[in-house]
Write a protein that binds this ligand. Structure first.
Ligand SMILES: Cc1ncc(COP(=O)(O)O)c(C=O)c1O
Length: 372
């Protein structure tokens, strides 16, 4: 007791597993990085977040300027956007739910399936959010590392699922490795008594999706986003394609106004202009091939084949962290990895042709410096 009040430590009331959370390591925005590097913002080339440098459709900007109901809550049932997204992916709009980015829907899947102590299976190296979400929910993380070529180790994964797990996250194409999941592997995994979330954040760059399997498997959820192909990362708009039996329960746990009216307007305008946005995707895919070739030509970078809008490279003969840092001093931001299964790597987002030219030129200079 102090001053008649009981001594209390508020942290004793926090869920103990959360006190140990390492936290998610996000990429920083341009203004923060510009200040940190002492460079003007317009000299920053941001290739660390797999964002789309073409930005949103001009129709998004017009729609947002025209919209008159920012003071009114969004439709909690998301009727107009579900209709439009359902049409885009070719499924019944009843099976669509929008979220504040696909991140929210990845988290909602965990809320649906995971009680503390339940097993969630993760296949690293992969998107860091799956591990993060599992930890937040106090789940038991079961890690089944990918093989050296980043393909899934099916024998190990099937034996993990056979031991019992509630939830499995699989990104296709996978971030940061860039490779896609095979239809045969997914088919085998869906036979287990586990909810499988296939994260298709980069599907438009791969030209492939598993959405068409939704009605054949009540344990498959596909999560997609407008952040990458449609250039809406800042507005936060993703969606889940759900098997019919899960629809009532997931709606009953969603917060009512999770998607802003601005995001809704942006999604509708993007889908009206999908043909133009697909042209930007095609340009990025073209640039991905050119950047892969240019990285190979450097002789000390080993780019892995990618189906997404980024390229993972193993750095030879030099610490990858040094390459990341030297690119930074030139205003070029890339992501650096050095973890189990991902040694001495950087990941470069693919942008416009002039972005490729600038990053390759910088890398050539860095390579020269080391040789000199
Ligand atoms: C595999 C994967 N899934 C999901 C996301 C998050 O997307 P969103 O912006 O829709 O939350 C990302 C973002 O980088 C990602 O790489």
């Amino acid at each position: 007791m102090t001053d008649g009040k009981p001594a209390r430590d508020i942290l004793n009331l926090v869920q103990p597993h959360l006190l140990e959370m390492p936290g998610y390591e996000p990429v920083e925005p341009v203004d923060v990085m510009a200040r940190r590097l002492g460079l003007p913002e317009d000299q920053i080339l941001k290739l660390d977040g797999n964002e789309n440098p073409f930005g949103p459709s001009p129709r998004v900007l017009e729609a947002l300027a025209r919209f008159r109901y920012y003071h009114i809550y969004p439709d909690p049932a998301q009727r107009r956007v579900r209709q439009a997204v359902g049409q885009y992916v070719g499924v019944d709009p009843e099976q669509i739910m929008l979220g504040s980015g696909s991140d929210e829907l990845l988290g909602l899947a965990a809320q649906l399936f995971l009680s503390p102590g339940d097993a969630v299976v993760n296949v690293p190296p992969t998107f860091g959010m799956y591990d993060f979400i599992g930890r937040v929910h106090g789940a038991r993380l079961v890690e089944v590392p990918r093989r050296e070529d980043f393909e899934i180790d099916m024998i190990a994964l099937e034996s993990a699922l056979a031991r019992g797990a509630k939830l499995l996250y699989l990104a296709s194409p996978n971030n940061p490795t860039g490779n896609a999941l095979s239809a045969d592997d997914l088919d085998r995994l869906l036979a287990y008594d586990v909810a499988v979330v296939v994260d298709e954040a980069y599907a438009e760059f791969a030209g492939h999706s598993f959405v068409n399997l939704i009605d054949q498997h009540d344990n498959l959820i596909v999560v997609r986003t407008f952040s990458k192909w449609a250039g809406l990362a800042g507005l936060r708009a993703g969606y889940a394609v759900l098997p019919k039996p899960l629809v009532p329960t997931i709606w009953s746990i969603k917060v009512p106004y999770n998607v802003s009216v601005a995001s809704e307007e942006a999604v509708l305008a993007s889908l009206e202009d999908a043909a133009a946005l697909r042209k930007n995707v095609a340009l990025i895919v073209e640039e991905r091939a050119r950047m892969t070739e240019a990285l190979n030509a450097l002789g000390w970078m080993r780019p892995y084949p990618s189906r997404a809008n980024f390229i993972l490279c193993e750095v030879k003969r030099m610490p990858a962290r040094q390459v990341r840092d030297e690119l930074r001093t030139r205003g070029i931001l890339v992501r650096y990895f050095d973890s189990a299964g991902l040694h001495n790597c950087i990941r470069i987002s693919v942008g416009k042709p002039q972005d490729t030219d600038r990053v390759i030129e910088a890398l050539a200079a860095i390579g020269e410096g080391v040789r000199a």
